[in-house]
Write a protein that binds this ligand. Structure first.
Ligand code: PGA
Length: 338
């Protein structure tokens, strides 16, 4: 479906010769690979109104994208435990509903093994990709992130490995590893340029929630992404950029945001997209909730119209539980009448 959505918006553009070889590689391997707008030959679906105006707030009540569930394995796993998790997930494939998209994020070390051995029902997703903080690239090509950057992984490498998704801006990277809003915006644009679908995480700390700045924080995070990708011919929003709302105080704490809190934030994110990007993007963008989601609480959350899926940490390390969370998709479609 993602490919269909991308293809339907395709129009003409120029493809540089350096891109042609990777384009033909993609053609021969259409499975779970979502070409960048530039690669797909698309023009800018510029998110301003046609006369460049912004700011006509349209309330968009719910998204139209497929339910999407991600498993963030974080810095976990041994060869043995990863093998066992892959086997359990594969065993669950016949029980998993067909109506949702799924991705799993192993560590970089385990990624090739998982890509090779995990059933194609699951996409693989990297947990990060590198971009230089002070990269200034007026041509927006971001073509130079391989090289003397010890310990980093570039989007080019993920593209080469045909890893279709990358998770960016997770709060653990923002708070522990110094990813600023600006860096996350650049990473998103760069990953999109290389044809990756992106899951970009946003969310507030407990202190920010308590002092009433939740939306300032989240809108600033979104703005940094919009600044980098919304007016560039080679990148796009819509189904290729998923937003994961993860209140930091709910991650790994067992403290789940209430359905009302989640619905409020998700609908405001959607309104922000409608106002600052476009109504089409607001509808097409999947907004996941993440923060202590498990097989027991997922159904109540999935009933909400603006929750288009989940990003799951701890519970995704249990293959049976993760499969059950994926199946909350059916609860969602039933509740929203789709
Ligand atoms: P959690 O993690 O489900 O363990 O709270 C979610 C995440 O950090 O993505």
């Amino acid at each position: 479906m993602m490919m269909m959505m991308m293809a339907s918006s395709a129009a003409t553009t120029t493809i540089t010769s350096s891109r042609i070889s990777s384009l033909s590689a993609r053609k021969s391997n259409p499975i779970a690979f979502f070409p960048s707008r530039r690669a797909a030959g698309a023009t800018n679906n510029n998110n301003n109104n046609s006369d460049g105006r912004r700011g006509q707030l349209q309330v968009v009540s719910e998204g139209t994208g497929r339910f999407i569930v991600g498993g963030n394995w974080k810095c976990n796993g041994t060869r043995e435990s990863v093998k066992a998790l892959v086997e359990t997930l594969n065993k669950n494939v016949p029980n998993i509903e067909k109506n949702c998209d799924i991705y799993c994020c192993p560590t970089f070390l385990h990624l090739p093994y998982v890509k090779e051995n995990l059933d194609e029902r699951f996409n693989v997703c990297a947990q990060n990709s590198w971009v230089e903080a002070d990269l200034v690239d007026p041509e927006h090509h971001y073509d130079s992130t391989t090289g003397a950057f010890t310990g980093e992984i570039s989007a080019e490498m993920l593209e080469d490995l045909e890893v279709p998704f990358v998770l960016l801006g997770h709060s653990e990277r923002r708070t522990l590893l110094g990813d600023t809003d600006e860096i996350v915006g650049k990473k998103v644009a760069h990953a999109r340029y290389h044809g990756l679908s992106v899951v970009v995480c946003v969310g507030e700390t407990l202190e920010e929630r308590e002092n009433g700045t939740t939306f300032d924080v989240i809108f600033k995070q979104l703005k940094a992404v919009a600044k980098e990708i919304d007016d560039r011919e080679h990148s796009s929003w819509g189904s290729s950029v998923v937003i994961a709302y993860e209140p930091i105080w709910a991650i790994g704490t067992g403290k789940v945001a209430t359905p009302e809190q989640v619905q409020e934030v998700h609908s405001k994110i959607r309104n922000w997209l409608a106002e600052n990007v476009s109504e089409d993007v607001a509808k097409a963008t999947r907004i996941q909730y993440g923060g202590s989601v498990n097989a027991t609480n997922c159904a109540d959350l999935a009933k909400l119209s603006d929750i288009d899926g989940f990003l799951v940490g701890g519970a995704s390390l249990n293959g049976d539980d993760f499969a059950a969370i994926c199946n909350a998709s059916s609860v969602h479609y039933k509740a929203v009448g789709r």
